[in-house]
Design a protein. Structure first.
Length: 506
């Protein structure tokens, strides 16, 4: 049932309509929740908030400046009429004295009110004079926006004032700001001077300036949003290229690469992705080769065992030889499986169990253990003095693999030496033999899995995993395996590890 379900699932996923609908839905969801939309959205929000804040701030500054200018204008007019009242009448050269009406006449003659400003004077509770007089300017505009002298409410309010007043009043054209100052003669109020400023009309100019700023901000928002969309497109184009490349990669094709342009974060991402593809391509190639080699190596003993069992007769001697051969092949398969498991465990974080090890004592035990492999001229080259942090068992396993490899390629008359040294930040443990050496054409391949060299007095009958295990152990420690060999002069395999010295020995 599981197999049938899997077939149905694969069949349904291959239907063009279903695939197209799935891709369209995925693209819509990607667009709605994608980085591009989020970048543009946040840019628009931030730009809109900045524009709104700028318009509000500009408007607030303009309003404050307007209020300060109106206040300054009112104070200026009041100060000017007070200075005039303290001087002389230009017509007679005499002080004005109690002639309030003459003070007002001279002031109105000499002073032209500013735009949106009106001057009114009252004498003995009646309107005396005012300015402007609603004349039409050369530009065709009425100088006074609203005749305050015709407003009975304001006239009644200002005509009888006996105290200075600073206030605001409403008119058909908006609010006005005014300052009213009474003039006294012998302590009695004889006249009132009023200067009024049409604040709302000037506020309209401020509002127009604020609206213009808002329109400019809106245009900049539209332009900025368009540029943000284009910029997001250009920035994310390499990312989409990475996505398309990743989708185009199949299990058997890792040849596609992403073009790297420039020196920025996107180019670094592309370069990193290309490096990952190269590693994946190499890993999958190694995996395929490993599977092919393992299948071939395991298939051979199985074929041998099956063939001998099929032709095994009833003769006891023939059965004994067949069973011995089957046992040998099964033992070889068992060793191969153990080696494969060891190589598989090298990828696990708990493969190593490092601890503080006395290198001098460990080197002696390596040599003593290796002597039991075969009858050879076993020697000790050197012993390092000191301690290091390593996995003792894995290092012993690697050295014994090298020793066993040396045994397979030497005769009883050859010498095999084991030595160690500690210095320069490295721990070096080597196995040296006086065998035929490693040909130059094989040095790059002997560490490959299932590769069995053809040098020596006889071809190795192992699975070709020994040196791969040695290299994996060294790399798990953060080290490497060096080979020094000359044809006919033997070979020296050296395991080089970082010398992690324990703290108490530093």
């Amino acid at each position: 049932m599981r197999a049938s379900a899997g077939v149905l699932d694969r069949a349904s996923s291959s239907v063009p309509g279903t695939t197209m609908r799935g891709r369209f839905r995925r693209r819509v969801l990607t667009f709605l929740g994608g980085i591009r939309l989020r970048l543009v959205w946040w840019f628009i929000v931030v730009l809109a908030l900045a524009t709104a804040g700028s318009v509000i701030l500009v408007r607030q500054v303009l309003v404050q400046r307007l209020d300060a200018r109106i206040e300054a204008d009112l104070v200026q007019e009041v100060d000017e009429i007070r200075r005039l009242a303290g001087g002389n009448d230009p017509a007679t050269g005499e002080p004005f004295g109690d002639r309030v009406d003459r003070i007002f006449d001279v002031f109105l003659e000499r002073n032209i009110p500013a735009e949106h400003e009106s001057l009114l004077t009252f004498v003995d509770g009646r309107l005396h004079g005012y300015s402007p007089h609603d004349e039409v300017t050369p530009l065709g505009e009425v100088h006074s926006p609203y005749p305050l002298q015709d407003d009975p409410g304001l006239i009644a309010r200002w005509a009888t004032l006996d105290e200075s007043e600073r206030g605001r009043a409403d008119t058909p054209v908006g609010a006005i700001e005014y300052a009213a100052v009474p003039f006294r003669v012998d302590g009695d109020p004889r006249g009132v001077f009023v200067v009024a400023n049409f604040r709302d009309l000037q506020r309209a100019d401020t509002d127009a300036a604020s609206l213009a700023a808002a329109m400019v901000g809106l245009v900049m928002l539209l332009i900025g949003s368009t540029l943000a969309i284009r910029l997001a497109e250009r920035i994310l184009a390499p990312v989409r290229l990475v996505t398309r490349t990743a989708r185009s990669i199949s299990e058997t094709d890792f040849s596609r690469r992403i073009p790297v342009r420039g020196y920025d974060e996107i180019s670094e991402l592309s370069a990193t992705f290309n490096d990952m593809l190269e590693r994946l391509e190499s890993a999958f190639a190694t995996q395929r080769r490993f599977i092919d080699d393992a299948g071939h190596e395991l298939r051979t003993p199985i074929t041998v065992i099956r063939g001998h069992l099929e032709v095994m007769g009833e003769d006891p001697e023939d059965r004994r030889r067949t069973l011995e051969l089957v046992a040998d092949e099964l033992e070889r398969m068992s060793r191969m499986v153990d080696d494969l498991l060891t190589l598989a465990r090298t990828e696990r974080p708990d493969f190593l169990r490092a601890r503080v090890v006395d290198i001098d004592e460990l080197t002696s035990r390596m040599l003593d253990t290796a002597r039991g492999l075969a009858a050879r001229d076993w020697r000790l080259d050197a012993r390092a003095t000191g301690r290091a942090v390593v996995d003792e068992q894995r290092l012993m396993q690697a050295v014994l693999q090298l020793a066993a490899n040396a045994v397979r390629h030497t005769t009883p008359d050859d010498a095999i030496a084991i030595g160690s040294s500690l210095g320069g930040g490295e721990l070096r443990v080597w196995v040296r033999d006086t065998g035929p050496g490693v040909p130059a054409q094989e040095r790059e391949r002997i560490f490959e899995r299932f590769y069995r060299g053809r040098s020596g007095y006889r071809r190795s009958d192992g699975a070709g995993l020994g040196l791969s295990i040695v290299q994996a152990i060294a790399e798990a420690h953060g080290g490497r395996v060096d080979l020094d060999s000359q044809p006919g002069q033997g070979a020296t395999f050296t395991v080089v590890l970082p010398a992690r010295i324990p703290e108490d020995a530093a």
